[in-house]
Design a protein around this ligand. Sequence first.
Ligand code: CUA
Length: 360
Amino acid sequence: MRNLAQSSLPARAATGLAKGATLSSRRSAAASFLSLVLVGVLALFITSCSGKDPQDTLSSVGEVAKKQQELFWIIFAWAALVFVLVQGLLLFILFRFRRRSENEMPAQTHGNTRLEIAWTLAPVVILVSVAIPTVASIFDLAKEHDVSMQVKVIGHQWWWEFQYPGLGVVTANELHLPVGEVVAFDLQSADVIHSFWVPKLAGKQDVVPGRSNPLTIKVDEPGTFLGQCAELCGIQHAQMKFRVVVQEKAQFDQWVKDQRTPVQPPGDPAMVKGSLIVQQKCSACHTIQGLAGAVGKVGPTLTHIGGRGTIAAGVLNNTPENLARWIRDPQEVKRGALMPNLGLTEDEIQAVVPYLLSLK
Ligand code: CUA
């Protein structure tokens, strides 16, 4: 058996300290603890005050995201109820049954059948109330009704490939969708596990190598929505971003038409120089439809790169300066990216950039 006196030494020391401490020092300790809690709560409120919310799951736009949000609020309400009840009871009991004198002995109770039945049944009722809408939502969201378009998403370290099999379009990092139509996604990975997430449009869905995961999205209003890989997938996981551009049907059809048009051979001699360098240096990894030999599949298609808003999977805005910076030293922009430094001279870079940006 352990030596009781020895094992409770720290406890006894603490009691002694507490007894020795003056009332005012205990009060000031309590006050500083309270102010610490207050600062924490304030910090929490301030951080939640951001006006711009491009990735706010609680301002959902799509049908799928709305259903998920409804479910979130149901579960949150139950959790809040449990929290208030448990904490309220705890506070009440702490206060009501506190020790009032040194040698007071509380009433000894051995079991209470009614209480035990109550606290067994209450969680059952709560869990069933959570399970019914949860399971119903799972089946509801798994249904692919009135699908008007299929999009195959392929996650790569660290960019997104979007294929529209029915439309003959392949693009990268910028997904275009028609407003109000149900789009069925087929999520696949080229390497490791990623997660496809557009917070305002639909909850996360894992993108797993060797698997094909479904997800449907229907967006109610046009706009640009930010997406994000949501599964740690390597050093540039945080920089595996994408955008979803939701357009009216006519605009979307125009975009499809533009995407399907192969690039034209350049007439301008400066552009010809750029296209030749791209053919030599870039075509092993990148596809450019219409440019002979540019059929690489390692990196994203560059067929209409000039029409995209960002480069390097959402890391940089697509400007001539940024594109030059990316080509000059990809590792400086995105360490670990598979895009190698091709050692182009400044002269070559200045020829390649305008050519690529002309591919709209
Ligand atoms: Cu892909 Cu994280």
